[in-house]
Design a protein. Sequence first.
Length: 67
Amino acid sequence: MLSIRPGITGPATLKYRNEEELLAAQNDPETYNREVIWPDKVQVNLEYIRNWSLGRDIRYILNTVFH
């Protein structure tokens, strides 16, 4: 279980900002989500927890707003 509460944005949110398009391109979107996207999101979020910094959080927010 992750030790942080979900927020509005973060590295996994930014990485998969086109998640709907990725899933739409798959023959079996549920399997792709379960076997590819979800495990990667967990790894990205674990890395976020291990290397948290206020500066990175500010960059995530700015990337969300201005990208």
